[in-house]
Design a protein around this ligand. Sequence first.
Ligand SMILES: Cc1cc2nc3c(=O)[nH]c(=O)nc-3n(C[C@H](O)[C@H](O)[C@H](O)COP(=O)(O)O)c2cc1C
Length: 278
Amino acid sequence: MSGIVFFKTGRLEELTDFYVNRLNCRVWLNQEDCIIIKADNLLLGFCQRDEVDREGVLTFFSDSREDVDRAYERLKETAQSLPQVNDKYHIYHFFANDPEGRKLEFQCFDHHVDCHRDGGELLLTRRSIREFRKEEVPPEVIERVLSISRFAPTSRNTQSYYFKLIREKQMLARISEVRGKSSSPIARAPMAVAICSDPELSKRHLQDGCIAAYHFILSAWYYGLGTCWIAAMDRDDVKQMLNIPESHYIATITPLGYPERFPVRIPERRELSWFVRE
Ligand SMILES: Cc1cc2nc3c(=O)[nH]c(=O)nc-3n(C[C@H](O)[C@H](O)[C@H](O)COP(=O)(O)O)c2cc1C
């Protein structure tokens, strides 16, 4: 089930402009006198009425303190204070107001929270991460990621792939050296994962392996973990180091960990029309 929180407003047009142009939300559904705004997983409805709802707090949370600081820069004039740490809830936040006086809060959690991204955000915000925080990924988070990764499609449902977890620091350092700068992100992560497939189980094991690897990358991002597709790791020396049979295919070895910082810039993509051929 999904949900929308509705508010009555006397200034629908002005509010829509504020949420879309100042807060980077988007109009999810325009019903003329009721406009539904979307901010990641939050749906807010504003309906033009004679009365106005101002109760409650609308809290927008993001991935990093830098995001909160950027929101502060945009809303300085109504902010009640500088962004600050709240020790009770382990958050970094500030309060401001929308044009009609509703209380807004902008925050990030200073601890890990469970997944909150919806599908579209997941696909749009995934980035290749090459710098990681030192902290280990908790075992229960790895288990959740692996648990949803195994729903990748495979040829004839052969499930010919598997995930080889690499945690030993010395091993991470050795593997990161095999392709110089291209594979170097592996040593900067607390762990790495080789996504492999077995030709004895599937005639399409190369495709099975690649799809499973991308499924893993998206699952990891869903739980806030960074990855980077490191290519050309299907090599005998790597297989020897990792004790992977020579006949098996290594689709990729990705570093895995919490991103050092969340990328704000989306790498350029060509126009949609370039990708579409009729
Ligand atoms: C097949 C493939 C091979 C890649 N090989 C490497 C690699 O060896 N090292 C690396 O740091 N990034 C590698 N990448 C990541 C790309 O550089 C990255 O996806 C691209 O620049 C777009 O950035 P984004 O993933 O943040 O959208 C590879 C990606 C793909 C799909």
